[in-house]
Design a protein around this ligand. Structure first.
Ligand code: UTP
Ligand code: MN
Length: 506
């Protein structure tokens, strides 16, 4: 199956890469793969080796520094015990070997030498003991990009309420109040334990006055009166309905509300002029309001891979957005498309979109051409990638096996035209094309969450005087961009600990 390799003559073999010199022979690092993953462990291993550190491939008595990510002290100990089959001593101030959090590693890499081990580097004894000790909640870093925020957490009643109040503020045009609620919700999402009283939250960053009252009400009554009022408010319900239509923002919804629109059918009755995307959004509203499942997202991926690879076979196509953060459903599916060779990227999206359209796979599409030219003067949400905003006709999976394989080459969907036979469902899809050198920045920017991105940009600007967007990182004083080849490198350049996608659910 494999092509036969011609054996080069020994003499002609090029010299192998020279191993970097060992600068710290007394330090042997062992990286725990659990929760870190093999790929990241490999990346960190070569980073450390390049900087002259020894990294042990297996755990042994020679290891001096055990480094792990998102594990507790006891997690690491039992993991090592399982791997080696030998019991370990388990003192929290363990020094041989040191059981450390990734923070020690990151600090050592930026120092260019092993950081002196301090109490803050050691893994705490988490788990049950932490839940019993209610003297204080763990301290929470002020920026969401400095924290780990998993998808699920034990305080969702509180964060749902805060997020709803934040949404109501945004729908009323108050960005400042909306942001305040979003920040408080995000802090509470990062807590590993259930809050028992508002008092416990009083020292948490961004969780002042109004949020305190909301937390107290939820914990004491199970509901928050402001949220209950919103649920029955005609204006809130109507604004939420209108802004949930594809192509409708807060300003448009406000205008329609003032014009007397209360339900979608009013738009026609009141003769409201619609844009093409809004028309498509209303036509497919019932489908689009149903969350897209991971299984459906994977079928969309199959379709677009097939379409794009007809024109350029070796494109990199990555699913981003909420699904990359581990969500099981979303409001749309987001994809990034790139290739090391810029020539290959030119025109490929247009060709693939035209082909999919000819196959009846698209119900609506609109492509925005690339607009990014210069580095911005300051942090901005501007995103100038070539992007296709589309509504796909995703063939149903329950209408027979052949439909499930609709991504197979040559599949056509002539039933699209007949409204009676609804063998597909409408799904919102964003396709984004990015030059190869901007790919890590686009990947970081399109993985979200929106709040995590907002905080990353705010952190870069206010703490590092650097401007970050989904095209690059810019030093505005030196007027130059700072390249990076991976998300890990961008975090490192910002002096931040790496936050893997499942922990960016801020
Ligand atoms: P989404 O709005 O798709 O959010 O944007 P999501 O997290 O995937 O959530 P659901 O599941 O679809 O509801 C994904 C990321 O892409 C960025 C957003 O900031 C977010 O972080 N984005 C989106 C852009 O950078 N530019 C855009 O034009 C749209
Ligand atoms: Mn999305």
């Amino acid at each position: 199956m494999f092509p036969h390799k011609k054996r080069r003559k020994e003499a002609a073999a090029p010299p192998g890469p020279v191993a970097p010199p060992v600068l710290f022979p007394d330090v042997w690092i062992f990286l725990v793969e659990r929760r870190m993953g093999a790929a990241r462990r490999g990346f960190l291993t070569s980073l450390a080796q390049r900087k002259g550190f020894c990294v042990a491939p297996e755990f042994s008595g020679a290891v001096t520094h055990v480094v792990s990510e998102q594990n507790s002290f006891t997690d690491v100990l039992s993991w090592i015990e399982r791997k080696t089959g030998k019991p370990m001593q388990s003192a929290a101030d363990q020094t041989s070997p040191h059981i450390l959090d990734i923070g020690w590693f990151t600090e050592s890499m930026s120092l260019g030498k092993p950081a002196t081990v301090e109490a803050r580097h050691r893994l705490g004894i988490l788990g049950s003991q932490m839940c019993e000790d209610r003297a204080a909640l763990p301290s929470v870093a002020p920026y969401a990009c400095q924290r780990q925020t998993p998808l699920t957490h034990p305080n969702s009643e509180i964060t749902d309420a805060l997020e709803m109040l934040g949404k109501a503020a945004a729908l009323q045009g108050s960005e400042v109040r909306s942001l305040a609620f979003a920040r408080a919700a995000s802090v509470i999402k990062s807590l590993p334990i259930k809050l028992r009283s508002a008092n416990e939250a009083k020292n948490l960053v961004w969780c002042g006055g109004h949020c305190q009252a909301v937390i107290q009400e939820i914990l004491e009554d199970g509901t928050c009166h402001e949220v209950e009022e919103l649920k029955v408010s005609e204006q809130y319900r109507c604004m939420e309905l209108l802004t949930s239509v594809f192509g409708v923002g807060v300003r448009t919804a406000e205008r329609w509300y003032k014009d007397g629109v209360r339900k979608l059918s009013d738009l026609e009755e009141l003769n409201i002029k619609l844009t093409a995307d809004q028309r498509a959004g209303i036509e497919h509203y019932a489908d689009l309001k149903q969350p897209v499942t991971l299984e459906e997202a994977e079928r969309v991926q199959h379709l677009i891979k097939d379409a794009l690879c007809r024109f350029v076979p070796d494109l990199t196509i990555t699913m981003t957005g909420g699904f990359r953060r581990g969500k099981q459903q979303g409001h749309d599916v987001d994809f990034l498309i790139t290739h090391p060779d810029q020539e290959s990227l030119s025109g490929v999206l247009e060709k693939a979109v035209d082909w999919m359209d000819s196959q009846g796979l698209l119900l609506y599409h609109h492509t925005k051409v690339r607009s990014h030219v210069h580095a911005p003067r300051r942090s901005t949400h501007m995103d100038g990638h070539e992007t296709c905003y589309a509504i796909f006709a995703l063939p149903n999976c329950d209408t027979g096996r052949s439909e499930c394989e609709a991504g197979a080459p040559g599949a056509t969907h002539s039933d699209l035209a007949s409204p009676g036979a609804h063998t597909w469902r409408a799904v919102r899809v964003d396709l984004v094309v990015t030059p190869h050198d901007e790919y890590p920045f686009a990947l970081l920017g399109w993985t979200g969450s929106k709040h995590f991105e907002r905080e990353l940009r705010r952190f870069s600007w206010h703490e590092k005087n650097l401007s970050l967007n989904s095209h690059g990182l810019y030093d505005t004083e030196q007027d130059c961009s700072i390249p990076a080849t991976s998300e890990e490198e961008i975090f490192a350049l910002l002096g931040l600990q790496y936050v893997p996608p499942p922990y960016r659910n801020a």
